[in-house]
Design a protein around this ligand. Structure first.
Ligand SMILES: Cc1ncc(COP(=O)(O)O)c(C=O)c1O
Length: 420
């Protein structure tokens, strides 16, 4: 197959509109509900509570806002309301997924807590329950965990839950990337976004369905949902004037954005099957290459296949060096590396992305503790650091649901050409 550059860029994962979105946005406009209240918000909260299988959903400006308020709720529940000027996690440590987008864990810092990063496992590329077990032995006073389902692949929820239940640890579930993914817990299929004590999803422009932005807090607790609703609208008390007892935020979703989300909901299943088809086509296309696709547990989970990723077998990696800002590599026959593949895709006008660089390796979190299956992951030479290994050898492939099979076949050929 002769490969030529794509005329129109192939994206990693871009928004896909269908028409209903404009109808609901216009409805907000024509009825003058250009506000943070309105029918679109009511509707998506009702529909998502039903879809995810929780009692309450609160629509917010973004997934990060949902995570922040979830973190604050957990902090208040564990440690009470803080004194003015201090976050709810002041003086406390929190276990957190290491290989993720920083939005998962920044709210711990917003609330003045200290994240302890837990290493990743190879089976699903999520938080490793074995490393978590080590961490609870080392830090028995920690009572909160932030858990993520990376790239739409559910983590080892049953094992993680068991450890957390045994040690009275509350779970914040970051399902920002995994809307539509399911996990079998205690023999029952459950949607991600319903598996933690506090649950969050995102409608960011690159997610499986989008509002252009937006997020949601999901819960079975009316008290928690009411608290999030109140905090997200500046914490007004029930008084004839603006009365404030608690710190507030302007985090509520706009009724216009909610219109976009509302118009996308009927297309969630279509997007899910498109993403799955893309993943399967890559699996087939790469079967003769020294690579593996991002793995999942086919018995206990059903990913949403938001991003298709690959990892290069160790022996097929050419030399690649990354510092904090740049990467270089030495091309070698029969071998490749993520930098070469990403640069080659870009030459052909296609967008890939590196794996999330682990949080413990980020300058902002370099002083935070990092726990692996072998214990303390800092200051030990030669320690197994799974997250950095996946970051080093892995990459996210173009996973746009508008990519045609022919275009995907070209992407596959481009990747193959890197191993010649
Ligand atoms: C794992 C993860 N957590 C949190 C977020 C934050 O969501 P938002 O962009 O809606 O604030 C994102 C993506 O954006 C994400 O990928």
């Amino acid at each position: 197959m002769k490969i030529k550059a794509f005329d129109k860029k192939i994206y990693l994962s871009s928004p896909t509109m269908h028409g209903d979105e404009a109808k609901y946005m216009m409805e907000a406009y024509e009825t003058n509900w250009m506000s943070t209240v309105g029918k679109n918000i009511d509707e998506i909260e009702r529909q998502f509570a039903e879809l995810i299988g929780v009692k309450y959903a609160v629509a917010l400006g973004c997934g990060t806002a949902a995570l922040h308020l979830a973190t604050k709720l957990a902090g208040e529940k564990l440690y009470g309301r803080p004194e003015p000027g201090k976050g709810t996690l002041f003086g406390h440590k929190v276990f957190a997924t290491d290989m993720t987008f920083d939005a998962s864990v920044n709210p711990v810092a917003y609330e003045d807590g200290e994240a302890i990063f837990i290493d990743t496992e190879y089976d699903t590329w999520n938080l490793d329950p074995e490393a978590l077990q080590k961490a609870v032995e080392m830090y028995p006073d920690v009572h909160l965990l932030v858990m993520v389902h990376l790239y739409g692949t559910p983590g080892k929820v049953a094992q993680i839950r068991k450890i957390c239940d045994e040690h009275q640890i509350l779970i914040i579930e970051d399902a920002a990337e995994s809307l539509g993914a399911r996990y079998k817990l205690d023999g029952e299929w459950r949607e991600t976004g319903s598996l933690g004590d506090y649950n969050c999803i995102s409608f960011n422009g690159n997610k499986i369905i989008t509002g252009s932005t937006g997020g949601m807090f999901l819960s079975n607790s009316k008290e928690d949902a009411d608290k999030v609703r109140k905090w997200s609208t500046q914490s007004r008390e029930n008084a004839p004037w603006y009365q404030h007892v608690e710190l507030g935020y302007n985090y509520r979703m706009s009724n216009v954005i909610a219109g976009v989300v509302r118009g996308q909901i009927p297309y969630l299943n279509e997007h899910l099957s498109q993403k799955k088809a893309i993943y399967e086509r890559y699996c087939d296309g790469f079967k003769d290459l020294p690579v593996h696709m991002n793995p999942f547990d086919p018995v206990n989970s059903e990913p949403n296949f938001w991003l298709s990723c690959l990892i290069i077998n160790e022996e097929a990696m050419c030399r690649q060096i990354r510092d904090d800002y740049k990467a270089i590599y030495d091309p070698e026959p029969g071998k490749s590396c993520p930098t070469q593949i990403l640069e080659t895709l870009a030459e052909y006008n296609a967008e890939g992305r590196p794996i999330w660089k682990p949080m413990h390796a980020q300058p902002i979190y370099r002083k935070n503790r990092f726990i692996t299956v072998n214990g303390d992951g800092r200051n030990q030479d030669g320690i197994l650091d799974v997250g950095m290994d996946i970051f080093h050898r892995g990459l996210c492939l173009p996973s746009d649901n508008k990519m045609t099979p022919d275009q995907q076949d070209q992407i596959i050929e481009i990747v193959k050409s890197c191993f010649i």
